[in-house]
Write a protein that binds this ligand. Structure first.
Ligand code: FE
Ligand code: FE
Ligand code: ZN
Length: 275
């Protein structure tokens, strides 16, 4: 069994997201820690956060997979963007303390011409400067499609970042099924092989969460355009094999498919019917 959920709006606060998740049949969810396209953050109501923690226990939720804003680029070439991103990362990890014991996922970043070799130490330095021993959050690097100058498009790049992170017990990976496919990994006909490669390059003990998406594009396209489950190049059968894969049980799966509530509800129902 897995935990399944989708991205939810945080506009009503923490407890409202928990209730919304239950309405959709979910037992985990993702949310943006701040405005995803800007970066401004709302003040947290500690009582509301506590109420969610209680609600999650009562409803047997799996761990949440918070998502950093898209504007965050900790390896940006422009110093002002980089500095702002480092500050957001640090502030977000402090804010995650209100809902301890969950995951915080972020895109490693885009090197914008500096090259991957220059970007990798920057990404690790950003994590090392933000992440402290007292944080109760595991930071997840998301596997990327390799659009533009994205870093993290191969397991090797992710492994090189992790190698440079100091607090090894607080770093992991979120496996995005659309991104890895777009990045060239054959999630359709050889998910066993893909996971085997993940294990030998990164280690499956670092795979904490899955972003569950179909893809509008064929393998190795480096496009990063999500599709609804079964509507794209991965297809329902391949997605079913991923969801029910023995090595992925017990993890939170987050839908980032182009849907409104009814679509998410249907996808969650479909996924639950596979168990
Ligand atoms: Fe993402
Ligand atoms: Fe994703
Ligand atoms: Zn994506």
């Amino acid at each position: 069994m897995i935990n399944i959920g989708c991205h939810l709006s945080s506009s009503g606060g923490f407890l409202a997201m928990g209730k919304h998740a239950v309405e959709l049949g979910a037992d985990t969810f993702a949310f943006f820690t701040r405005n995803p396209r800007g970066g401004s953050a709302k003040e947290i109501d500690p009582e509301d956060a506590k109420a969610l923690v209680t609600f999650m226990k009562e409803n047997n939720f799996g761990r949440l997979v918070a998502h950093a804003p898209y504007t965050m680029n900790v390896c940006a070439e422009k110093e002002s963007v980089r500095k702002f991103s480092w500050e957001m990362l640090s502030d977000d990890l402090d804010r995650m303390q209100y809902v301890p014991g969950n995951y915080y996922n972020f895109h490693p970043g885009s090197h914008v011409g500096q090259g991957t070799d220059a970007a990798i130490p920057m990404i690790a330095d950003a994590i090392n400067s933000a992440l402290r021993p007292e944080h109760d959050t595991t930071v997840l690097l998301e596997t990327m499609a390799g659009k533009g100058s994205e870093v993290g498009k191969t397991f090797e790049e992710i492994a090189r970042i992790i190698d440079l992170v100091e607090l090894k017990d607080k770093i992991g990976v979120c496996f995005d099924t659309c991104h890895t496919w777009d990045g060239g990994y054959d999630n359709v006909s050889d998910i066993d092989g893909v996971l085997k490669e993940f294990d030998s390059v990164i280690g499956l003990d670092r795979l904490y969460a899955v972003h569950l998406n179909d893809s509008k594009n064929d393998r190795d396209s480096h496009k990063d355009r999500h599709e609804v489950i079964g509507g794209g190049f991965l297809g329902e059968e391949a997605i079913r094999r991923i969801v029910t894969h023995p090595l992925l049980q017990g993890k939170p799966f987050i839908l980032e498919t182009p849907n409104e509530d009814p679509g998410y509800k249907k996808e969650i129902e479909l996924i639950r019917s596979w168990f």
